[in-house]
Design a protein around this ligand. Structure first.
Ligand SMILES: *[C@@H]1O[C@H](CO)[C@@H](O)[C@H](O)[C@H]1NC(C)=O
Ligand SMILES: *[C@@H]1O[C@H](CO)[C@@H](O)[C@H](O)[C@H]1NC(C)=O
Ligand SMILES: *[C@@H]1O[C@H](CO)[C@@H](O)[C@H](O)[C@H]1NC(C)=O
Ligand SMILES: *[C@@H]1O[C@H](CO)[C@@H](O)[C@H](O)[C@H]1NC(C)=O
Ligand SMILES: *[C@@H]1O[C@H](CO)[C@@H](O)[C@H](O)[C@H]1NC(C)=O
Length: 333
């Protein structure tokens, strides 16, 4: 009898823990602005695709064997609703081994979108259109203008940021900010100005590849960026001694939902994958493997629900046996 009560309590506690862990799943999207390990450098490109310029960036990246991340829009410089060249460009980015992230459907800043009621379209329809083109849903999200990723001070903005981060978190996204900005859109082909601006962060006192890592912001939609700024930035960063890595290697998070990330420090397998860089990484022996039919987090949650049902059955059985015991004592002794 006492044993039964004790078991009941133990089961209730375990149950509370399980429920808590499910609720935690719906937490805010994490915000990243640098890498886990020092010495790493990531190139990220916003606002594409632009069929006229993105391919030039891809050529330079291939020459240097660099895997970058492209935060794309459906309707901006390109048009993924109706322009087949834009759609092909996205496929090519993916097939060349770069990561695709979401930058919203219309490049609408999310503070405005949340007030107009268009946040859901900007986030969900972008997920769907990416899934339709490359067959996987992204986990990387960059908010236009950074709204939703910055630390805000005004109460109204804190509240909107909270809403945005919760929404993104419950839709499988991580928020990717940056900690060095080329300002390529503003300096155009003034490469010296771009390097001067990078120096502010990269040559600050006590900053070195031994201690620091960077996620850099560029825009592959401008001819000046892809023709002049990108090659110059690559040389400059290499000279400082940083190693170019993909965003997924930098933050140790899989770029796509339902696909496992394994941080293999196995140089030989990495080299082999680089050889065949035109094959989408998912179909080769790369760091990522399709886990199962469900997305990873979904199958995790459904497993836990199944576990929970078993707990409930044992719990009800114990409760019943306690009541039967009391009943027997009351009427039969
Ligand atoms: C967004 O997605 C919904 C549901 O799939 C669809 O009904 C709607 O037309 C889409 N809107 C745009 C602008 O693509
Ligand atoms: C990343 O940024 C945080 C916060 O500024 C800092 O504490 C940490 O050392 C940085 N890590 C790397 C590897 O750059
Ligand atoms: C890379 O491609 C070559 C030929 O195209 C093939 O022999 C080799 O097995 C491939 N390697 C991997 C890791 O897929
Ligand atoms: C993956 O690796 C296995 C063994 O490690 C090998 O047999 C297979 O051919 C590889 N597949 C590809 C696509 O490279
Ligand atoms: C995933 O599930 C669908 C329908 O439930 C099924 O048709 C498909 O074959 C499954 N794919 C894999 C890889 O198991």
């Amino acid at each position: 009898m006492k044993m039964h009560i004790f078991l009941c309590i133990v089961l209730l506690v375990i149950n509370a823990c399980i429920v808590a862990s499910i609720t935690l799943k719906n937490d805010k999207a994490p915000v990243y602005e640098n890498c886990t390990n020092p010495g790493q450098f990531v190139l990220t490109f916003d606002d594409g695709p632009n069929p006229r310029t993105t391919s030039i960036a891809l050529k330079t990246l291939k020459e240097h064997n660099i895997k970058a991340t492209f935060f794309i829009n459906a309707v901006n410089y390109g048009n993924l609703e109706e322009d087949s060249r834009s759609i092909e460009m996205v496929k090519t980015i993916f097939e060349e081994g770069h990561d695709i992230g979401s930058h919203t459907y219309y490049h609408e800043d999310l503070f405005t979108a949340i007030q107009k009621g268009t946040m859901e379209i900007n986030i969900d329809n972008m997920t769907d259109i990416i899934d339709n083109i490359i067959g996987v849903k992204p986990t990387f999200f960059r908010p236009p203008g950074g709204y939703g990723g910055y630390k805000e001070i005004e109460p109204e903005k804190i509240e909107m940021t909270e809403k945005i981060q919760k929404y993104l978190g419950s839709h499988g996204y991580n928020i990717i900010m940056w900690n060095t900005n080329t300002k390529d859109w503003s300096y155009k082909d003034d490469v010296d100005k771009v390097i001067e601006n990078l120096n502010i962060q990269l040559k600050a006192p006590d900053v070195s590849p031994k201690t620091h890592s960077f996620i850099a912001l560029l825009h592959d939609v401008h001819p000046t960026t892809v023709n002049n700024i990108l090659p110059a930035v690559i040389e400059y960063v290499k000279d400082l001694g940083y190693k170019f890595v993909s965003l997924s290697e930098c933050i140790e998070v899989s770029p796509y939902q339902g696909i496992n990330f394994e941080n293999k420090n196995d140089e030989s397998s990495k080299l082999k994958n680089m050889e065949n860089s035109t094959i989408p990484s998912i179909n080769t022996n790369s760091s990522f493997s399709i886990q199962d039919n469900n997305s990873g987090s979904f199958s995790f949650i459904s497993n836990i629900y199944n576990l929970n049902i078993i707990y409930y059955f044992i719990f009800i059985y114990l409760l019943l046996s306690i009541f039967l015991n009391i009943y027997k004592k009351k009427y039969f002794t």
